[in-house]
Design a protein around this ligand. Structure first.
Ligand code: GDP
Ligand code: MG
Length: 437
């Protein structure tokens, strides 16, 4: 699959001391092949690899990453950008906000309608109304009712009515009547793009002027997905894409192609048949998924970017000699702040999650910690064992914190020292090495 191929491609670079024109070309040939295999459009794949090449050669001297890591980073960054920058939400500003589903039959519209209503209910505390506009198959209406019952969301349908436009309008009116803040209009699709379907969805679209028109696409349809997306976008100028069936080993080549062709954000992904199988789309996560390398890669990057290596080495020596003091703690905190949330960071290392329980350091707490440390004398900072009750009282007064805060910091300091020692030894050693490579 795509992931294995990219792994192989990136492997070509490992062990090479420097990114050169030659090993970049070798790697990118593989990357391009991998993208093509995942149904990424040829032109897009080529543009992509050209951009990566430029970046790779340009950045060579400006970084202390190893060539392999640098390539991983560049490929990942470019993939992320290609799939759309930051995650975008959906527009829920109107009351009610109307969301129209479009897409081929079997793409997952009905399922996703339910997932979205469930998501909005659980995560955003929103009351939705589901509207059944698939008038061609009685089973389609039943299906939406089953979904609605499952998640406890009301479904509006009108079995005698064969006019989807009228049903959609009546559905919106009903939403107002029952005080639903979101209306999700599920429509009929056909197996392939045709005039009848396009006219119908276009008429519904005009009649209810949705806040969001979403195009639902089965991510396993590959290259065809691009043509379908284009056809729907030409008629609806939709607001966002929903990629369904991203469970299993679908690698998401469709995400890259669709985004490049219609230039609309991918908003959610479907990852299974259950109502809970919905995720907000994050381009960077998708890039990672496509690259198949997991969070370790991003850990390396962040650590590489932010960690002052010299400092790390000095501190390691001090830990080894049991000379780790509050000044070091302070500078560690500053490093950690630069790197982002420490727990997040450490949580990426298998097995580290547990070690961090109880070590609750958030940004605000950082300020308090800094105030307390600043109130210590240099001697106290280097020799924390000297901190008796009267000294602690003085420090508490000086920093405007309570004696409990001071005690808590001492406890955290102790835990941190222990943790750092642990990292020196067993499981954490690898991480320290990664940070310094
Ligand atoms: P519609 O015709 O566009 O309304 O598509 P449906 O919502 O009826 O979905 C078609 C089939 O795909 C159903 O069997 C769904 O259970 C299945 N399905 C929908 N979304 C997903 C998904 O994210 N993952 C998986 N594995 N199956 C899905
Ligand atoms: Mg349906």
């Amino acid at each position: 699959n795509l992931s294995d191929k990219l792994d192989k491609a990136l492997h070509v670079l490992k062990g090479h001391g420097q990114i050169t024109e030659i090993n970049v070309a070798e790697t990118l040939k593989e990357v391009r092949r991998a993208l093509l295999d995942a149904d990424v459009n040829f032109k897009i794949a080529k543009e992509f690899t050209n951009r990566v090449k430029e970046k790779a050669l340009g950045q060579n001297v400006l970084t202390n990453l190893q060539p392999g890591q640098l390539m991983v980073k560049i490929v990942k960054d470019e993939l992320t950008e290609l799939m759309g920058g930051d995650a975008e939400g959906i527009d829920l500003s109107s009351t009610p906000s109307v969301i129209l589903m479009s897409g081929l039959q079997g793409s997952g519209k009905t399922t996703f309608s339910g997932k979205l209503a469930n998501f909005l209910k659980k995560k955003k505390n929103r009351k939705s109304l589901l509207v059944a506009c698939d008038v061609y198959r009685p089973a389609a209406i039943d299906q939406l009712h089953v979904v609605g019952e499952q998640i406890g969301v009301e479904v509006y349908s009108d079995r005698g009515n064969t006019d989807p436009v009228a049903i959609a309008k009546a559905g919106v009116a009903h939403a107002k009547a029952i005080g639903a803040s979101v209306v999700i209009v599920d429509t009929a699709g056909r197996l392939a793009v045709d005039e009848v379907m396009m006219t119908e969805i276009s008429n519904i679209h005009k009649a209810i002027t949705p806040n969001e028109t979403l195009f639902v696409v089965d991510s396993m349809t590959g290259q065809d997905a691009v043509n379908t997306a284009k056809a729907f976008n030409d008629v609806l100028n939709f607001d966002g894409v929903i990629l369904t069936k991203l469970d299993g080993d679908t690698r998401g080549g469709a995400a890259i192609s669709i985004k490049s062709v219609v230039d609309k954000p991918i908003k959610f992904i479907g990852t299974g048949e259950k109502m809970e199988a919905i995720d907000v789309f994050y381009p960077s996560r998708m890039a990672e998924r496509i690259l198949g390398m997991g969070d370790v890669v991003s850990l390396v990057e962040r650590a590489q970017e932010q960690f002052d290596e010299e400092q790390a080495r000095k501190i390691q020596k001090k830990i080894a000699k049991n000379k780790f003091g509050f000044d070091d703690f302070l500078s560690q905190i500053q490093q950690i702040k630069k790197m982002g949330n420490m727990k997040d960071l450490m949580g990426m290392i298998p097995g580290m999650g547990k070690a961090l329980k109880g070590l609750d350091i958030d940004d605000d707490a950082f300020k308090h910690i800094e105030a307390i440390i600043h109130s210590m004398t240099p001697d106290e900072r280097s020799n924390p064992s000297k901190l008796n009750t009267s000294r602690k009282k003085r420090i508490a007064k000086g920093s405007g914190r309570s004696i409990q805060d001071v005690n808590q910091l001492l406890k955290q300091f102790d835990q941190m020292s222990k943790m750092m020692k642990m990292m020196q030894g067993g499981g954490g050693k690898k991480m320290m090495q990664m940070m310094q490579n």
